[in-house]
Design a protein around this ligand. Structure first.
Ligand SMILES: C=C(O[C@@H]1C=C(C(=O)O)C=C[C@H]1O)C(=O)O
Length: 96
């Protein structure tokens, strides 16, 4: 149905709060688009590295480098940062 009010859509109990939420959600959607673009860019750069290593006779995965990446995210974002980094690594080099 297209008759849902702003408060219905946001869960707010006042029009004022609904306006704040609607505006902030637009910013979040823009941020999410940028994050997705950065993840796709990271995947492309990671693929260049992996291809160069494999073509040279090496392995796709480099665990010591992955430990550095995991540590970087954990230092910046705490324990959930590790989970985020693991998801990024899986997107970039597949499941190991
Ligand atoms: C990109 C690399 O190759 C693989 C992918 C990584 C990544 O996406 O960050 C990290 C280590 C490797 O398993 C690299 O060695 O730097």
């Amino acid at each position: 149905m297209s008759t849902a009010t702003a408060t219905d859509k946001t869960g707010a109990r006042t029009e004022e709060a609904a306006d704040v939420i609607t505006g902030a959600r637009e910013r979040i959607d823009t941020l999410d688009d940028r994050i997705i673009g950065l993840v796709q860019e990271r995947m492309a750069v990671s693929a260049v590295i992996q291809e160069a290593r494999i073509t040279s006779g090496g392995r796709r995965v480099n665990l010591s480098r992955e430990m550095e990446v995991l540590g970087h995210y954990r230092e910046a974002l705490g324990k959930p940062g590790t989970a985020l980094a693991m998801t990024l690594l899986e997107l970039c080099r597949g499941r190991v």
